[in-house]
Design a protein around this ligand. Sequence first.
Ligand code: PRP
Ligand code: MN
Ligand code: MG
Length: 178
Amino acid sequence: TVECNGETFHVYLTEKELRERIAELGKELSERYAGKNPIFIGVLNGAYIFLSDLMRRVEIPCEVDFLKLSSYGDEKVSSGQVTDLKDIDANIEGRNVILVEDIVDTGLSMKYIVDKLQKKNPASIATVTLLHKSEATHHDVQLDYVGFKIPTLFVLGYGLDYAQEGRNLAQIYILDGE
Ligand code: PRP
Ligand code: MN
Ligand code: MG
């Protein structure tokens, strides 16, 4: 178990489970995007570790850029509001975009970003999320690649934070008692 902000967490997805699933996703993306020079867009902060591991499993030419927004603040539940903190720098007009999130919870962030990127006229947008809290998702989002469908639990580690801490944990954890 690990402590984060005074609460105790235990492992939910191990390094091995993450590594194996991410290798599969990398292979699928390599096949689908061969010859298309896709651009990965990671959503900071949460997606940075998943994106870096995923891209190293992609065996075709590709690029990367980032945007940043915040919907959770320091709480354990989504605030219901999205704040733009940083836009992408790349020109994605006519490009094949692969949007990468660590988790889709209510779906608000993903929906907001897809709508925002759509206005920049990319050739295509595919969505990838490591985790999907499917029962909590009430915004209308299309998820093309999902690493793991999970129940409505608070998750921590591998990029996911609790009040900004715990992103460095190598595995994904849930609260003790859940
Ligand atoms: C978290 C997570 C997703 C989003 C999912 O980000 O990384 O981006 O919330 O929630 P939703 O589906 O209800 O919108 P957060 O706002 O905590 O910022 P962070 O990535 O910097 O931790
Ligand atoms: Mn995030
Ligand atoms: Mg967060």
